[in-house]
Ligand binder design. Sequence first.
Ligand SMILES: [Zn+2]
Length: 363
Amino acid sequence: MFEDYASVFDLGDILPRDKSRLREDIGMKKKIGKFSKEIREITKQETCYYCGNKFTSFCNSHSIPAFVLRNIAENGEVLTLNAFIDNPIFKVDKGVNQAGTFNLICRNCDSKIFSEYENPENYCNVPTQKMLGQIALKNNLMAISKRMFEINLYDKAEKELGLPSELRRVKNETNTLDLNEYIESYKKAKKSIDKNSTSDYYLCYYEKLNYVVPIAFQGAIALIADFNINIINNIYNMSPEYKVKNINICVFPLQNETAVFMFIESGDKRYRNFYRQFNKLDRDDRLLALTYIMLSYSEEVYFSKRIEKEIFPNEQLQKISRNTSEILSPTPFVDPILVAKEAYDLSKRKLIPNLLLEKYKIN
Ligand SMILES: [Zn+2]
């Protein structure tokens, strides 16, 4: 599971060695595997995050529904973003069962609380409020699990790997702020589902493609800037009063078609300009912008092996897929939000292949 987390920070931060040497170090994979296993142990909860009951066994919850991943899998396997990044430490392909998983809730809850949105039959129509609530609930759980892991990771790296304590402090200050925001959003989603709300989420984009795309994605993303390069989220604002706002994005390949949609919490004005600009683009350009956003902002994107030969290696794809770690390790003396704006400039989408177009379809 470490690979799920690895690209959110620069590995050089915690491992006191030259990154270029990692490729040669056969023992490194094992060391990281052991280290991350220990952190997973520390991070393990005693009770289910959702129902509060004591755990009897852990459930491997999937960030992306397994039924979606199966639609793009070849022999039960999908490719991770590392196929672009080519980081020798982390596995490039993963079994559907290991792709994007987290352990925070019990089996019983996992089988119940996502059931509407994890039912392929519910995609004949526009997703319901309940489905959006369940997706938001899971995106937040996934993010909570990640932040908990990272906090323990930096604490342990300081103690055992000699990570400078100032770096640990800065990283975990951000992680704690993030964690609290995700907990808040999680509670909102839970409440929305419990009271059967019909208005807590706003579906700002929905499209059904009549072919199966080679990418699957589900996640909450804090967009930094819109199409006019106006800031949406200043992720470097450390004030506890400043809230980072996420947009939920789903690309779900179904059996013969694909559901693509975005939604936000109702009343969240921060994304208004962005989705208005987005919806004014023509259809192909919307798909291109989505491809760019998924690949540059998230490490939880999964690909079908069927597109491998056509797009690997693609220099631009590699470059944008590395975005996450680069902007989180900004150079001193430069305003980091300006660096981030440049790194995530949406006009760069024109440089990458539009992987959601029909020409890349796998079915
Ligand atoms: Zn439970």
